[in-house]
Design a protein around this ligand. Structure first.
Ligand SMILES: [Zn+2]
Length: 117
């Protein structure tokens, strides 16, 4: 299942927040897992994570963490159904397309989407 428009809107808010709070953060990487949970993390110019991997809260119920995601030994990479790069701000504020491609490739490999707002 893909990350939807409403979820993208909420992730974009986090992308803007991280870009303001962490000077090295240039974008946000988000994954949707087979359980329906969405996790996100800030990403630097070099495609390295900035800050912790955070779960997008669902319906204002932050305590309801699903059992699958609670298992610490569960390997996320096998459960990813969608990979999305989010660049905060207006498109003219985003990094150049070549740099965006380099960053996203380091984070996700070739298999990812990029939402243009
Ligand atoms: Zn989950």
């Amino acid at each position: 299942m893909e990350i939807g428009t409403e979820e993208y809107r909420r992730l974009e808010v986090h992308a803007r927040r991280i870009a303001v709070q962490q000077s090295e953060a240039i974008g946000l990487a988000a994954i949707r897992l087979d359980c329906g949970c969405i996790h996100y993390c800030g990403v630097s110019f070099t495609g390295d994570p900035v800050g912790p991997l955070t779960r997008l809260s669902v319906d204002n119920a932050p305590a309801a963490i699903c059992l699958k995601c609670r298992r610490p030994d569960d390997r996320l990479s096998h459960r990813i159904e969608d990979r999305l790069m989010i660049w905060p701000g207006r498109p003219e504020e985003w990094p150049e397309p070549e740099l965006r491609k380099l960053i996203a490739h380091k984070v996700f490999g070739d298999n990812y989407r990029e939402t243009a707002g």
